[in-house]
Write a protein that binds this ligand. Structure first.
Ligand SMILES: [Zn+2]
Length: 360
């Protein structure tokens, strides 16, 4: 055997070592090209066969073919090893640890004011009241005129609201721009007119919703808040019906032993008007700072629907009467949970809101 035989053995040995060290399919491919390609190391050795004695050529040629075969199969083996390794690594990457603790799901819950409103709806539902909703963007006509509050009526100051105006239409120093009478509703009462015009008597509706006021914001006043009003229109509806209804509701809300009283009140859209009080929940009636030492807390305003308002709703006041009452769910919620500042409701502070998730 000539040196070519030894060279073939050396090439085979070196090739296996380099193959074993190749760490990627790309490296193996490059090595294959380097060993077996047209200008590769093995091809270069074969080219030298022409210079060896003729009797040695067949054996050397056969040995060269064996080496080529061995290298090709070694390359195949190495490639599948690498692929298997890749798969293993990928599986290890993608493995799911079934014993790892799960990520907690953060479920939302009702806002405490909405919870109060739902409770009120449930109580009134038992007395046959249905929910009737109106728009938050209203007209001055519905918000004031139709409710017996004509322009320039001093009572309008109680319900000063936010006007919807064209951009640029507000002159400097002017608080009330010239508008087409579009406003954010100052109370849910306009919905009573809408309900009277839309429904056939007997009417028993609740009108929950958001209201807006042009108001300096402090611990007990917000520029947006909720109201729930109730309206009953029927023949022979009386103040006694209203009183009985409200006493039932007070018991449902605050327990059978709650004390109640009517006081004279004033609203332009009811006549007579009353304030409805319950015995102070904090001191039980002895007098404390929460009830301003009176022993009573006002929870709603009410009255018999004013004949003008009935007429504006499409009813003849000689035939139909009605009563209406309005509650402030924000204040009621503050009372219920001992919350001292109304601004917390809209502060979007999860430390505050998170306290009301229990059982809801
Ligand atoms: Zn008190």
């Amino acid at each position: 055997m000539s040196d070519i035989g030894a060279d073939l053995d050396a090439l085979s040995l070196a090739a296996r070592e380099r193959l074993a060290a190749a760490s990627s399919a790309e490296a193996v491919d490059a090595l294959r090209h380097h060993l077996l390609g047209r200008s590769g190391e093995l091809t270069a050795l074969l080219k030298q066969l022409g210079s060896v004695p003729a009797e040695e050529r067949p054996a050397l040629g056969q040995r060269a073919n064996e080496v080529r075969g061995e290298l090709e199969s070694a390359i195949g083996v190495r490639l599948s090893q690498l692929q298997a390794g890749d798969l293993e690594a990928r599986l290890a990457d993608e493995a799911i640890d079934m014993s790892a603790p799960g990520r907690p799901l953060r479920a939302g819950h009702l806002h405490p004011v909405l919870t109060t409103m739902r409770d009120l709806r449930e109580i009134f539902h038992a007395y046959g009241f249905e929910v009737f909703e109106g728009p938050e963007v209203e007209t001055e006509e519905y918000n004031f005129e139709l409710l017996n509050i004509p322009p320039d009526h001093p009572a309008r100051d109680l319900w000063d609201t936010l006007y919807v105006a064209e951009p640029g239409s507000i002159e400097a120093g002017e608080s009330r721009p010239a508008t087409d009478g579009t406003i954010l509703r100052a109370h849910t009462s306009p919905t009573q007119i809408r309900a009277m015009r839309a429904l056939d008597p007997p009417i028993r509706v609740l009108t929950p919703g958001r209201c807006f006021r042009y108001e300096a914001v402090d611990a007990s006043h917000g520029f947006e808040f909720f109201q729930i009003e109730g309206l009953v229109v029927d023949r022979d509806t009386s103040l006694a019906d209203l009183k009985g209804m409200l006493e039932e509701v007070a018991r449902a809300l605050y327990g059978r032993d709650v004390r109640t009283r009517f006081r004279p009140g004033y609203y332009p859209f009811t006549e007579p008007s009353v304030a409805f009080d319950i015995g102070c929940l904090v001191c039980g009636g002895e007098g404390c700072p929460a009830c301003k030492r009176s022993g009573w807390m006002t929870i709603l305003g009410a009255g018999m629907v004013h004949p003008t308002v009935l007429r504006n709703g499409g009813f003849d006041p000689d035939e139909y009467q009605g009563y209406a009452f309005g509650m402030g769910p924000d204040r009621m919620t503050m009372l219920r949970h001992g919350i001292g500042d109304i601004r917390l409701f809209f502060s979007a502070d999860l430390r505050f809101l998170g306290q009301f998730s229990e059982g809801r």
